[in-house]
Write a protein that binds this ligand. Structure first.
Ligand code: URA
Length: 209
């Protein structure tokens, strides 16, 4: 079964309180989502493999550790996932970036792929799919299907806020995907917004609506 990690580091909780606040400006909201993206990148890369390297300090020779060259790709789900992209890239600057865009069919309510562009060697990379909100889980499930279709094998999903309903749907559809969450909220409302949540992440990031 997938592991669900709630990253309740004090810095993340502090920043999340401002992210949730409806009085927070677009500018500050964007900065904070970026910062939490970076903090989450720090946590999710905890398991990366290291290798020994010989280095010479000004004092003596020693064996130090470096990342063993494991390749990473970040895949924001358009459009709100873009808000976490730069923060993650600050900590993992050599990561490649793919993008996937989905819209909801107004009749069937299914998530349909309208855009997808991934690194050519996606099958060799650890993939971090990012979207601030895991609500119904429909977008995350379809985005991960799109990524698996291109050959990716090791995928993690990162979001700021998840509803329990979305976590269950994602776990069921992709039991091999680890889920990293900054906050696990109470529920979805009848419009599929997360309660208490933060409202519409895309609109708050880009100042739309
Ligand atoms: N998407 C959002 O941006 N907010 C929610 O509460 C649910 C989905």
């Amino acid at each position: 079964m997938p592991k669900v990690h709630v990253m309740d580091h004090p810095l993340i909780q502090h920043k999340m309180s401002y992210i949730r606040d409806k009085e927070t400006s677009t500018k500050v909201f964007r900065e904070l989502v970026d910062e939490v993206g970076a903090l989450m990148a720090y946590e999710v890369t905890r398991e990366l493999e290291l290798e020994d390297v010989e280095v010479e300090t000004p004092i003596t020779k020693m064996t130090a550790k470096r990342l063993s060259g494991k390749k990473i790709a970040i895949v924001p789900i358009l459009r709100a996932g873009l808000g976490m992209q730069e923060g993650m890239l600050r900590l993992i600057p050599s990561a490649r970036v793919g993008h996937v865009g989905l819209y909801r069919d107004p009749v069937t309510l299914e998530a349909i792929e309208y855009y997808a562009k991934f690194p050519g060697d996606i099958e060799e990379r650890d993939i971090f799919v990012i979207d601030p909100m895991l609500a119904t889980g429909a977008s995350a499930v379809e985005a991960i299907k799109a990524i698996k279709k291109r050959g990716a094998k090791k995928i993690s999903f990162l979001c700021l806020i998840a509803a329990p309903e979305g976590v269950e749907v994602l776990k069921e559809a992709h039991p091999d995907v680890n889920i990293y969450i900054a906050a696990l909220d109470e529920k979805l409302n009848d419009k599929s917004y997360i309660v208490p949540g933060l409202g519409d992440a895309g609109d708050r990031l880009f100042g739309t609506k």
